[in-house]
Design a protein around this ligand. Structure first.
Ligand code: FAD
Length: 424
């Protein structure tokens, strides 16, 4: 049984930090969650989609991690707001200019991935944590320093209700820190001073920008049943060799779309965004009948054009005092749809290893360290880093490779199949 006096602090209340907090709270630890931003559930908070994609693909890796959180309502709550996607739908034009779409199922047995609203999933986790007596939230707290030998951390706190612009600094003690503070992790930065961390980061030459396909108006289409203008059960891809446009369904009938394109091409269209509809007509056929030219231009001008980073590092921990999870440990490009899923899986694997070490040591009454939670945790964290680094690096590599698959290889495969059928 976990030592309930142990204080676990989680830095970052994104999906990974929130799930990690739930796993820790379920084991009886005193959990404190420190988050840079204000509470996501507060309507005055800047919407998450300001810097993050609105919806994403949730797959078995992430679902399994939530299943193992051992909270009866979590999976039920999450699934009540997901849309199954059974495959990808490739959109293009035939050599004689006609529009076509071709479905490619993900699984012969019909298993699916799911479109989920990122903020909705995050809010569900926060709601569950809110009801747990051993969890405390500290929003608007930014980690600014950490001493992993003395187990102390410093946070800058901005009181949103105060008229003063000056942040306050607070110092806190902890037994164990879980760093889930995203790709530009402050925990990772401080961890580097305590361990010989190998670190590699790469910005790929692609930026992304979000658009939206609005729900259909039943009074126009006559189809009162469908609020979706294209199949809701597919992840839609308009491959463009150097570029790619994708669309993922949302509960309200809309699709969140993302344009991925090299920075130089963004710069050309930024200089004259009136060219955007023609650009879409030539590279992503059919999109301008789903998004009006005016909406294309206004989204392109209003929404940020953001970079994509891939990070590999190792080890993920120091002694018994800190571990990094999720994007903080292995931010990856989004083309494999696994960044969040892999981060959630980190949580499941970390706690399964921690549980194993706690159980082994506690059963052995001859060991003098029987009550030494730190000793057990240090062994568990070493094992976690060894096991997880190899898998996380592999997913990072697969994610990079899948960009080529999604934007180009899907096309050549389809041409090959069509040619083969024509020759029969
Ligand atoms: P984050 O979501 O980045 O959360 C980190 C939290 O830490 C934030 O709330 C932040 O405010 C807080 N924080 C930061 N610094 C500090 C600090 N100093 N002190 C305190 N708090 C701090 N993944 C998928 O699985 N499927 C997909 O389909 C998918 N699609 C994607 C599409 C795009 C375009 C992009 C860019 C990413 C996509 N991802 C996808 C990846 C996914 O978004 C990330 O892997 C996931 O959000 C990582 O979660 P996290 O909790 O580790 O980090």
């Amino acid at each position: 049984m976990a030592n309930s006096k142990q204080k676990y602090i989680v830095v970052g209340a994104g999906p990974v930090g929130s799930l990690a907090a739930l796993y820790a709270a379920k084991r009886g630890y005193q959990v404190e969650i420190y988050e840079l931003r204000s509470d996501l559930r507060d309507p005055s908070t800047t919407p998450l989609n300001f810097t993050k994609s609105i919806n994403l693909a949730l797959s078995e890796r992430g679902i399994n991690a939530m299943r193992h959180a051992d909270h009866e309502n979590l999976i039920q709550h999450v699934f009540s707001a997901t849309i199954p996607m059974r495959g990808r739908m490739i959109h293009g034009r035939t050599p004689d200019g006609a529009l076509y779409e071709a479905a490619q199922d993900y699984d012969v047995h019909g298993r699916t991935i799911y479109a989920v609203d990122r903020a909705g999933l995050n809010m569900r986790l926060l709601d569950i944590l809110e009801d747990m007596p051993n969890v405390k939230f500290f929003f608007n707290h930014k980690l600014t320093g950490a001493d992993f030998k003395r187990r102390k951390a410093w946070f800058e706190f901005r009181d949103q209700t105060s008229t003063s612009n000056r942040p306050e600094e607070i110092e806190i003690d902890f037994d164990f820190m879980i760093g889930a503070d995203g790709a530009h992790s402050a925990v990772r930065y401080h961890l580097m001073k305590y361990t010989r961390m190998n670190y590699n980061q790469e910005y790929i030459d692609t930026l992304w920008c979000e658009f939206q396909i609005k729900p259909s108006d039943p009074s126009n289409s006559g189809d009162i049943k469908s609020k979706f203008r294209i199949s809701p059960n597919h992840l839609h891809i308009w491959p463009g060799k150097k570029f790619m446009f994708i669309a993922i369904p949302s509960d309200d009938g809309s699709f969140t779309c993302t344009l991925f394109m090299p920075g130089t091409e963004f710069a050309i269209l930024e200089a004259d965004s009136s060219e955007l509809p023609a650009f879409f007509d030539s590279h992503f056929p059919g999109v301008t009948s789903l998004i009006t030219p005016e909406d294309l231009i206004s989204s392109f001008q209003a929404n940020p054009h953001l970079p994509l980073i891939s990070i590999k590092c190792q080890p993920y921990h120091f002694s018994s005092s800190v571990v990094i999870l999720g994007d903080a440990a292995h931010a990856m490009v989004p083309f494999y749809g696994q960044g969040m899923n892999a981060g959630l899986e980190d949580v499941r694997i970390l706690f399964s290893i921690l549980d194993k070490h706690t159980a082994v040591e506690s059963n052995n009454s001859n060991l003098s360290e029987v009550n030494d939670a730190a000793f057990q945790r240090a062994a568990a964290l070493s094992e976690y880093s060894i096991i997880r680094v190899a898998d996380a690096h592999a997913i990072n590599d697969l994610a990079l490779q899948n960009y080529v698959e999604m934007r180009a290889s899907v096309l050549s495969r389809m041409y090959r199949v069509r040619k083969f059928l024509e020759e029969l």
